[in-house]
Design a protein around this ligand. Sequence first.
Ligand code: DC
Length: 219
Amino acid sequence: MSYNIAVDGPAGAGKSTIAKAVAKELNIIYVDTGAMYRGMGLYMLRQGINPEDEQAVIAHCDEADITLKYEDGIQVVYLNGENVNAYIRTEEVGAATSRISGLPPVRKRITALQKELAAKEDCIMDGRDIGTCVLPDADVKIYLTASSAVRAKRRYDELTAKGQTCDLARIQADMEERDYRDMHRETSPLRQAEDAVLVDSSDMIPGQVIERILELCRR
Ligand code: DC
């Protein structure tokens, strides 16, 4: 049986930074499930499909073959055989992905791949429905969150560090809109699993959050 840690929470809570560090510490793989959904979002944008057009997204989602590979310990998302890591991290892809990720046919395909991976490998997997739907029997479940103001500021700092000009209030408003959609969709909404431990990182530095999770894993 493989060892699985599930981390869920809203956008910008620091899930990927924390999960990557925990994976390294425990020598297990890190599975970024948002990146898989983003691969699907990117496919729709590239095909000129409006992410709001549910019927069109459903009709075309089987055309996108999303797979994961680990190259030098780094997760690489392949979309129909192409490494798309460089294209999936934009706000545009994030917003489109949030719109399509609630559709049951999209979730069904991506969830199956995630379950398969977790059954084979010791891993820490982050997303929105990992503790509730993908890995209901995970060994450790964390719900990682932070206030929307703190999360928006972190995203703002990240983007400005990359040289992008952006507006903090706009980022916070977009984030709140995305949270609302992720939490209120019919299929696998974002919520804390009953047996998940809540970690609010608003006033914590990454090292403290990592230590808290490692402590939960050691128990
Ligand atoms: O974590 P992220 O920002 O990369 O996720 C992008 C979008 O994908 C987000 O709006 C919600 C969706 N998502 C999801 O529905 N289920 C997951 N397990 C991971 C992400």
